[in-house]
Structures are given as structure tokens and as C-alpha cells.
Write a protein that binds this ligand. Structure first.
Ligand code: BV8
Ligand code: ZN
Length: 271
């Protein structure tokens, strides 16, 4: 199987790596639907919607700061690194389309990355539409900066940050004075138009489409592998568990991203 796939990879003109929470699981970031998944402890609607933010912005910001602290402490794993190496090996032919908001693909060295659901270290004002880059947002909300959070122990984070957080220490929008939320796409919110249209066009034009660590349940992201398949791409799934997509895949690797992707890369390098 790997030999045949390696030949396809070598002859491919455009390779898409479509990733979800599973690729960051081995970096210590809980997935959403896995056994200790984030959505099992809290429902998406409860925490990842504008309504929830309006109802209790302090609770929402505590949840996102907790995830930002987890991500700030995390390192890319061999799954992320292998994808970055594929991009170097086949320059100009590889692009990452991710649902993850953790930025670990860029940290692993991937250059062409489409962040469908935004980035957790950015800021977005839902009242006036102002967008704040990582750098600018850490000026507005210093405790949410990656370099500050990564040096905090769990007890310091819980004692000094979470416990000390109050309504009036939340980030205020310099443009309209309302509260700023995290730079992620919440349920019921549209995805960044330019990113989404790029994602659909690269998927349509792909001849090899890897679906790595995603249950492919959240729309419109979950339509990308289908669009790729319909336009003739070879679909490859890397996931220890069956998903709705498995039946449509030409190659299925029932294993973890951090093990499977480096072994495929090794195979490709050897032929
Ligand atoms: C929208 C950012 C237009 C926030 C996220 C009914 C039908 C169809 C659609 C809808 C519907 N009702 C509502 C909708 C729309 C909704 C949707 O799709 N809901 C789903 C739940 C049915 N979509 C939206 O709301 C989107 N916006 O539609 O706007 C609109 C506007 C107005 C009104 C209507 C429509 C916005 C969606 C984006 C939401 N934001 N994230 C945050 O992070 O806080 S989604 C979030 O959840 C992630 O980004 C990701 O997309 C998703 C989680 O999925 P996965 O990443 O796949 O993770 P999961 O845990 O599920 O799976 C992990 C997999 O990895 C597992 O299969 C596991 O086996 C595997 N794995 C585990 N370990 C490993 C591994 N694999 C490899 N290696 C390992 N080691
Ligand atoms: Zn604003």
C-alpha cells in the first residue's frame, strides 16, 4: 500500500493535508470528540458561540485562556513535522488546510497553511468587526500572549490568572469599547471568506488529499474532502478510528498521525 501511495505522492502536482484536532492530540491538546474530548465536558453551543459569550464572557474567556495555556505549553509532534517536510520536499505542491486554531503547523515549519477556523492567539471584535493579530492582541490582552502563558506552571496559571480574572480585566476593543473575543470562528459564524474560497479551490484542484485526525463532522470544512474526491483526487485517511469519510477513501491508515505520516515520508524518500 505504502509503495503505491509513495509513487502517487512523487507524481502528484498538488497535495492537500486537511487536518483536525487529532493531529495535535499527541502534542497534549485534547481533541473535541475523543474520550476526554473538550466537547464531552462542555457542549460546543455552550462555549463556542457568540450567544454564550454575550451571556457570560468571563466564563468563555476562562475556557479560552485555559486552552491558550495548554497550546502555549505544547510542541509540534512528528505528525506536524512530517507535513512540513513534505512541503519542503515537494516545494509549491503541498498546502495545509486546518480546522485547528493552535498554530502548531506553522510552528513545525509549514508555510502554506489555511486556518479555516482562525487562530486562538488572535482577537476579533464581533461588535465592530475589528480584527487583532497575535502581536496586537497581546498588547490589548497581555495575559493572553503565548510567550507569557508558556512560562506559567499549572498552579500559577490557575491561581494567578484564572482565579484573578474578572469582568473588568477582559480585553476591551480600542475601536468601539466593547469586549473582544478570541480570533476563532464560533458555531453559527461564517468562516473567513478568502480562506474558505482558497480551501475549496485547492481541494478541487488537488490530486492527492490527506484527511488527518478529523472526524469530518463540522461544516463547511467537512465538505472539502468530498469536493476533492468528486474532482478526481485520491483520498487518504490517517485516523486510528473509523469516520464518516472512511468509506470514500482510497487509502486508510488506522494509526496515529505522529507515527503514520513520518513512515509514509520515509517510504517516499526511499523510492
Ligand atoms: C457556519 C473553532 C454559516 C472554535 C470550530 C446541521 C448540519 C450541517 C451543519 C450545521 C448544522 N447545524 C449547524 C451547522 C453548522 C455548524 C456545524 O457544522 N455543526 C456540526 C456540529 C453539525 N457549522 C458552523 O456553525 C460553521 N459556521 O456554518 O456558518 C452559518 C452562519 C449562520 C447560520 C448558519 C450557518 C462554523 C464551524 C466552526 C466552529 N468552530 N473551532 C474553537 O476551537 O473553540 S469547530 C471545532 O470542532 C474544530 O475547529 C473542528 O472543526 C471541530 C472538531 O472536529 P475535529 O477537529 O475533527 O476533532 P474531533 O475531536 O471531532 O475528531 C478528532 C479525530 O481525530 C477523531 O476522529 C479521532 O479518532 C482522531 N484522532 C485522535 N487521536 C489521533 C487522531 N487522528 C490521528 N492521530 C491521532 N493521534
Ligand atoms: Zn470593536
Amino acid at each position: 500500500m505504502k509503495m503505491e501511495l509513495s509513487r502517487l505522492i512523487r507524481n502528484a502536482k498538488r497535495i492537500v493535508f486537511f487536518t483536525g484536532a487529532g493531529i495535535s492530540a499527541e502534542s497534549g491538546i485534547p481533541t473535541f470528540r475523543g474520550k476526554d474530548g473538550l466537547w464531552n465536558r462542555y457542549s460546543p453551543a455552550e462555549l463556542a458561540t457568540f450567544e454564550a459569550f454575550l451571556n457570560d464572557s468571563l466564563k468563555i474567556w476562562k475556557w479560552y485562556l485555559y486552552r491558550m495555556w495548554l497550546i502555549a505549553k505544547a510542541q509540534p509532534n512528528p505528525g506536524h513535522t512530517a507535513i512540513a517536510e513534505f512541503e519542503k520536499l515537494f516545494s509549491g505542491k503541498v498546502i495545509v488546510v486546518t480546522q485547528n486554531v493552535d498554530g502548531l503547523h506553522e510552528e513545525a515549519g509549514s508555510v502554506k497553511v489555511l486556518e479555516l477556523h482562525g487562530n486562538i492567539f488572535e482577537g476579533k471584535c464581533r461588535f465592530c468587526g475589528a480584527f487583532y493579530s497575535k502581536e496586537r492582541f497581546s498588547e490589548i490582552f497581555p495575559i493572553a500572549s503565548k510567550c507569557f502563558l508558556k512560562n506559567l506552571s499549572e498552579s500559577d496559571f490557575k491561581e494567578k490568572i484564572l482565579k484573578g480574572l474578572s469582568e473588568d480585566s477582559l480585553p476591551v476593543c480600542p475601536v468601539c469599547g466593547e469586549l473582544v473575543g478570541p480570533g476563532v470562528v464560533w458555531f453559527g459564524e461564517v468562516l473567513p471568506e478568502d480562506v474558505l474560497s482558497q480551501a475549496f479551490s485547492v481541494s478541487k484542484g488537488s490530486d492527492l488529499f490527506f484527511s488527518v485526525g478529523t472526524s469530518a463532522l463540522v461544516q463547511p470544512a467537512a465538505s472539502l474532502p468530498i469536493v476533492a474526491k468528486e474532482s478526481g483526487a485520491v483520498l487518504v485517511e490517517v485516523n486510528p478510528e473509523e469516520t464518516f469519510l472512511s468509506k470514500q477513501c482510497d487509502f486508510v491508515f488506522r494509526g496515529s498521525a505522529a507515527k503514520v505520516l513520518p513512515s509514509i515520508l520515509k517510504e517516499v524518500k526511499n523510492i
